[in-house]
Ligand binder design. Structure first.
Ligand code: NAD
Length: 328
């Protein structure tokens, strides 16, 4: 039986927790034994995020050992791996500590908030021969996998242009408002715009050039308008988390191929060709769940992380920090 813990039990920690209980029941060879969160009283509370919320009704937390200090937890528990779902500025420090102490690590995106921190995490994984996975979750999302397959199979010819966007009310739900502190979250570019940048790099590779404009109204660097140049086509990405709080989160993409146009509005995908307009349906499987399954198959069954290996995520991080340098 492999034992594991969750470190950071806010919005994302709870979303992963709900899925992990299901996977644990299905697999029968993993056991969540401990949870670490700076505020123990917040563990049982439901957290509402822009993308979802996790209901914790009917959960018996007395079966878990609860900690506020992750180092104490690692000392006392015989853990095999951890899920790190902490504020982003803590990812590097905690992941490196866990890797150095012989644990495999899943961490939420962004990998870290500086490139140097990302490099320290990869170095710790390599040195200790441990696995590290970063939850760049859109790679596991069926509507994005659909586009990847169209490209790989050359179904409708080459890509001619693509646009992506992600718009959110200002993120006011995080612990002590860490998301709005650029020193802790990296701002909109590193926290939210990264989702679409990662998808772009996963689909098309690193662009040969780019430009990015940021605006500031309610928060620092709250929106990014970016253009990327590839051989033969261009990509635009808008990431905006500076919208008043009554707004409901929206995600969008549109990819034009030589012989088709595919549009996705909030997960609903439509394919347009000269012959037909077709709604594309998917299984609806939760993308965080798929990501957790890949992590567990990696650390328990010894399979490679085929969707989000650490070196491919590092390519995204290089572009993200280059954008921060170049932003205007
Ligand atoms: N994949 C996605 O779509 C997605 C969406 C939202 C957030 N995220 C990422 O998930 C991570 C967590 O974000 P969140 O929204 O859950 O934040 P959050 O503020 O809701 O939760 C963070 C939790 O960490 C705890 N914490 C803070 N410092 C700690 C410490 N030193 N030791 C132990 N616990 C500590 C807090 O008490 C809080 O419960 C971030 O990196 C964020 O970028 C990913």
């Amino acid at each position: 039986m492999k034992k594991f813990a969750i470190i950071g039990f806010g919005g994302l920690g709870k979303l992963h927790f709900i899925n992990l209980l299901k996977i644990q029941e299905k697999r029968g060879d993993i056991a969540l034994t401990a949870i670490c969160n700076s505020d123990l009283s917040a563990i049982t509370k439901t957290t509402q995020l822009n993308i979802a919320s996790a209901s914790l009704d009917d959960i018996d937390f007395s079966v878990y050992n609860l900690y506020t200090d992750y180092k104490e937890m690692i000392d006392k528990e015989q853990l095999d791996f951890v899920f790190v779902t902490l504020p982003s500025h803590l990812h590097a420090e905690v992941c490196v500590y866990c890797l150095e102490h012989g644990l495999d690590v899943y961490t939420e995106k962004p990998m870290a908030i500086t490139l140097k921190q990302c490099e320290s995490m990869i170095a710790a994984a390599e040195k200790n021969n441990k696995k590290l996975m970063v939850g760049q979750c859109l790679r596991f999302s069926e509507e994005y996998i659909y586009i990847k397959e169209l490209i790989e199979n050359n179904t409708y010819g080459k890509v001619v242009k693509a646009e992506f966007s992600r718009k959110s009310p200002i993120p006011g739900w995080s612990f002590e408002n860490w998301m709005l502190d650029e020193q802790k979250s990296g701002g909109c570019i590193v926290d939210m715009h990264i989702h679409d940048v990662d998808v772009m790099v996963w689909l098309f590779g690193t662009p040969r050039d780019f430009s990015v404009l940021c605006s500031h109204n309610m928060a620092s660097y709250e929106s990014a308008f970016a253009l990327y140049e590839y051989d033969g086509f261009g990509v635009s990405i808008i990431g905006d988390w500076g919208i008043p709080s009554s707004y409901k989160f929206k995600s969008y993409y549109a990819v034009t191929f030589e012989n088709a146009y595919v549009e996705c509005i909030n997960g609903c995908v439509t394919l347009y060709t000269n012959e037909e307009k077709k709604e594309i349906t998917f299984s609806g499987e939760n993308y965080l769940y798929r990501e957790e399954v890949e992590f567990l198959e990696g650390v328990v069954d010894g399979k490679p992380f085929k969707t989000a290996d650490i070196y491919s995520v590092y390519e995204t991080m290089k572009l993200i920090f280059a954008e921060k340098e170049k932003r205007r």
